[in-house]
Ligand binder design. Structure first.
Ligand SMILES: *Cc1c(COP(=O)(O)O)cnc(C)c1O
Length: 460
């Protein structure tokens, strides 16, 4: 059998780590819609964005024509500490499922932050340092992004201020301590340290916060403190660009063995890991060189793609950020307490939103008990304890492999295993105790969020 030649883990050599990021937008005919200034309704200029973001990151954000962008040597060197990430053939899972499908996963959890977020954190911190800034501010929900950014800032000697959604700050004290160990200052959000935080607390006393609130606070601190800029761990084009290392490595590894995936699956919160994983494959699809079925998986409790509207919306609750045209549930939508904290954002990457709108990819929503069932099945045969976010992709990969078992098709499935779940044991405990529930918003719940969408002249 020829497939015996494929090892359990396909590693690339160190010199095969990508030296350029791939900018998917360069190959898109319909470009993602520009960010708009919420005051004027006009596209954000580089100068306006430069007040909030680092200069070079603004250039990357606005560049939708350059296909390949050099990865600076310092970032390449940092990547070498934890990359290349392995591409694993899930032989054990295939056997347990009894499927003729061939399953591969790209594992991004082999670093202390435990997820793919470090790929962009080091890039964003590098450009902040290069600009001579003192530090950066950000928000974190579940804590993976804050941890990754803390690591990158510690490495480069930058100050790092993290606004952590209060409910996570209280429920995940160890995440918080990891960030502090790397030197970050962590504040539970909403807080009394910002004007927007005070306003939110006044309007909603006792609120346990949301990502949208924490973004508003972090942006306020960046724009009111000289020498600071704001950085974001997902959603933005620049983040998808940095995350293209995931897909470029995965494709290089598969190419070594002449393997072509039929199906590519990834979880989608703000869209960065999925955008990165699919980048080179989607590029081929856009250029008409190959075809792949691509599936975004989101939680049924926060279904931006499958039940959201494709419209301009705010990225934050405080409505101070630029407007982005994306699949959104409305910036006022607060998802129920799903345990996949990294998937609880109301919106989605503008790039993925446009591709989905144009029919280049599919999306599906899954319920969290079925996600944890898949997570346990995976952990027991493949060994890795997956993050709840990643397990959304596992769920759909297993479902697709089981369909192959029925039809006898030997499809090749590639999915993104974005991280590990060591800090999510409260969620696993709930599942193991049979106390986990599935909350799916009603149409009325969603209506309220849509009603609060901003009116943008000339746009819908
Ligand atoms: C943040 C996170 C996600 C979701 O974010 P995307 O930007 O959609 O990739 C998924 N998995 C893990 C482990 C995360 O930390």
């Amino acid at each position: 059998m020829s497939e015996n030649k494929i090892p359990y883990k396909i590693y690339l050599n160190e010199d095969e780590i990508p030296k350029k990021w791939y900018n998917l937008r360069a190959d898109m005919e319909n470009k993602p819609a520009p960010l708009l200034n919420p005051g004027t309704g006009q596209p954000m200029t580089a100068e306006e964005l430069g007040g909030v973001f680092c200069e070079e990151l603004v250039q990357q954000e606005l560049d939708d024509t350059t296909p390949y962008i050099d990865i600076p040597q310092e970032i390449q060197d940092f990547y070498k500490m934890y990359r290349p990430a392995p591409l694993v053939r899930a032989y054990c899972l295939e056997k347990a499922l009894g499927t003729p499908a061939k399953i591969y996963y790209k594992f991004e959890g082999n670093n202390t932050s435990g997820s793919h977020k470090l790929n962009s954190a080091i890039a964003q911190a590098y450009y902040a340092k290069k600009q001579g800034l003192k530090g950066v501010t950000t928000e974190t929900g579940a804590g993976q992004w804050g941890t990754a950014l803390s690591m990158a800032c510690a490495y480069l000697g930058l100050d790092c201020k993290v606004y952590m959604v209060k409910v996570s700050y209280e429920q995940k004290p160890f995440r918080r301590e990891v960030m502090r160990t790397y030197g970050a200052e962590v504040t539970p959000s909403p807080s009394m340290t910002t004007e927007i935080g005070k306003k939110i607390l006044e309007a909603h006393p006792g609120t346990t916060g949301s990502l949208g609130c924490a973004i508003s606070e972090a942006v306020e601190v960046a724009v009111t403190n000289p020498g600071y800029r704001y950085v974001l761990g997902s959603v933005l084009n620049q983040v998808l660009l940095h995350q293209s290392v995931i897909g470029l490595e995965a494709k290089a590894a598969l190419d070594k063995y002449g393997v072509k995936p039929d199906l590519i699956i990834g979880c989608a919160g703000g869209g960065s890991n999925l955008g990165g994983l699919i980048a080179p494959f989607m590029g081929e699809k856009l250029r008409g060189e190959a075809d792949y079925r691509i599936i975004a998986v989101e939680p049924a409790s926060c279904p931006s793609f499958t039940r959201g509207k494709f419209a301009y919306d705010f990225c934050d609750t405080g409505m101070i950020c630029p407007l982005a045209k994306m699949y959104t549930l409305g910036s006022s939508f607060i998802p129920s307490a799903n345990h996949a904290g990294g998937l609880r954002f109301h919106g989605m990457s503008t790039t993925l939103s446009q591709l989905y709108h144009d029919g280049y990819m599919e999306a599906t929503a899954v319920e969290q008990t079925s996600v944890f069932e898949a997570a346990e099945q995976f952990a027991r045969c493949e060994g890795i304890l997956p993050a709840p976010e990643s397990s959304h992709a596992i769920r759909v990969a297993i479902d697709e492999a089981l369909k192959c078992k029925e039809t006898g098709e030997e499809k090749t499935i590639l999915f993104g295993l974005t991280g590990t779940g060591y800090f999510d044991m409260v969620a696993y405990e709930k599942f193991n105790n049979g106390e986990m529930s599935d909350y799916i918003p009603t149409d009325d719940d969603l209506k309220a969020g849509f009603a609060a969408l901003p009116k943008v002249p000339g746009q819908d």
